[in-house]
Ligand binder design. Structure first.
Ligand code: SPV
Ligand code: MG
Length: 299
């Protein structure tokens, strides 16, 4: 098994940066894998969107976990699960850590917003933080709950999202490291990576840094590497690409009263058969047939 927490830790040691692709179901997770990403992000925004629900702590832990564990079953690379605010207080975090770890997920992220949270990139969203002490309590609970020390607890601070300033972001990140987090996710809604880079230069901690460049998408991998970022999450582009492609196709069918989409616009049935391993069934049928022949049931 290479999707376990140990493998994620090994990659962190050996690679300059890990590229993590956002997914919202097993198909998108498998595409992330086959296109050469190091790990899969089971993000709350994309998973909520596939249920046509807001990214606002609406789905339950069990529902998020169901999607993430389906990804684990279908993929060989590690799954990093977005656990929002940890589904409640320290005891909820503790329960979530046990459940997620048992399901083969390699890492979870929890953030220091109030519950129910709203998506970080929502204009005029309610971006309020719980106290540092209360979030440290959740991190202590998470650390105590994990069985495999390689399982990673990513502590995400929303201090910059909440406009609380660099000093507060750094103070919190340091406290989260001391509380036993395994990585720090520093999120930003700015259109350039400058504040992320400033954070990375000045926070002074030892944990790997994680970023989600949704609002500054043109940042180059080598720029991130040179600013000591260890994990980059392309959180929602697969969802948005799928939404755009489906919307284009559906309006085209309605407008032209037939399917005029070209081979380039649509994956072939063959592509999908390959993804769902349809040919494994064919192989299985052959084996059953050979055995039935041997046993004299058929000629
Ligand atoms: C997600 O993908 O669910 C995230 C990143 O948490 S963001 O949407 O920017 O909050
Ligand atoms: Mg999220």
């Amino acid at each position: 098994m290479s999707n376990n927490p140990e493998f994620l830790r090994k990659m962190l040691e050996t690679k300059s940066i890990l590229r993590v692709g956002g997914a919202f179901d097993s198909m998108s997770a498998k595409l992330v894998e086959t296109h050469g990403f190091d790990a899969i992000w089971a993000g709350s925004f994309a998973i909520s969107a596939t249920h046509a629900l807001p990214d606002a702590s609406i789905l339950t832990m069990t529902e998020f976990l169901g999607v993430a564990s389906n990804m684990v079953e279908s993929c060989k690379i590690p799954v990093i699960a977005d656990c929002d605010t940890g589904f409640g207080g320290p005891s909820n975090v503790s329960h979530a850590v046990k459940k997620y770890e048992k399901s083969g997920i390699a890492a979870i992220s929890i953030e220091d917003k109030t519950f129910p949270k709203q998506n970080s990139l929502l204009e005029n969203g309610r971006h309020e933080l719980i106290s540092e002490k209360d979030f440290v309590s959740k991190l202590i609970a998470a650390k105590e709950a994990k069985q495999d020390q390689n399982f990673m607890i990513i502590a995400r601070t929303e201090a910059l999202i909440a406009n609380l300033g660099m000093k507060e972001a750094i103070k919190r990140a340091r406290a989260y490291e001391e509380a036993g987090a395994d990585a720090i996710l520093i999120h930003s809604k700015k259109s350039t990576p400058d504040e992320i880079f400033e954070f990375a230069e000045s926070w002074g901690g030892n944990l790997p840094l994680v970023v989600v460049p949704t609002s500054y998408p043109t940042v180059k991998l080598d720029e991130l590497v040179s600013h000591k970022i260890k994990i980059v999450i392309y959180a929602n582009q697969t969802l948005r690409a799928a939404h755009a492609a489906m919307s284009r196709l559906l309006s085209q069918i309605i407008e032209s009263e037939s399917v005029t989409q070209t081979k380039e616009d649509l994956s072939s049935l063959e592509d999908i058969f390959h993804l769902q391993e349809m040919y494994k069934i064919k192989k299985q049928e052959k084996i059953i047939e050979e055995n039935l022949k041997k046993m004299g049931y058929i000629n």
